[in-house]
Design a protein around this ligand. Structure first.
Ligand code: FES
Length: 150
């Protein structure tokens, strides 16, 4: 092989390897950038006026909020107790059906596979593997805000 030809092949291989390296490194860096690996941040969204909070029992409400630039909705149960008001997700932790509140039993019941939760959201019967998700509640300027990870 002539020196010019060897030189050309060597440079061509180096160029191809450099392009392959860029092809792998750039996507890897995108995946590992802080915005991709950071935890979702908690943001608070207004739900209803403070005077509409339940004095006793359970109230169903629908929260609208923005996440990832999209309008989202979440059905929330507000549960009053001597400790205050808690907000529970209405999404069953088994397969994601929406649970209903059974006033006569003071339980949340899932219509899909009869999963049951108590008023604290604890799973007490059926297939749900975990309690209902609790959302943080904050009251600012007379408005109840619910915390969501976005
Ligand atoms: S989805 Fe709720 S019990 Fe199965």
């Amino acid at each position: 092989m002539q020196p010019d030809r060897r030189d050309f092949i060597k440079k061509a291989l180096t160029g191809v390897l450099a392009l392959l390296g860029i092809g792998f490194i750039v996507p890897a860096l995108r995946i590992l950038t802080p915005s991709r690996v950071r935890e979702k941040e908690m943001a608070y969204f207004p739900l209803l006026p403070e005077e509409e909070l339940p004095r006793a029992g359970v109230k169903k409400a629908e929260l609208t909020y923005k996440a990832l630039g999209r309008d989202m909705k979440a059905r929330v149960f507000l549960v009053s107790s001597p400790e205050g008001v808690t907000a529970l997700s209405s999404t069953c932790t088994h397969l994601g059906c929406l649970v209903n509140y059974r006033r006569d039993k003071k339980e949340f019941v899932c219509p899909c596979h009869s999963g049951r939760y108590d008023l604290t959201g604890k799973n007490i019967g059926g297939p749900p593997p975990a309690p209902l998700t609790r959302f943080p509640v904050r009251i600012r300027d007379g408005i109840v805000h619910i915390g969501m990870k976005v």
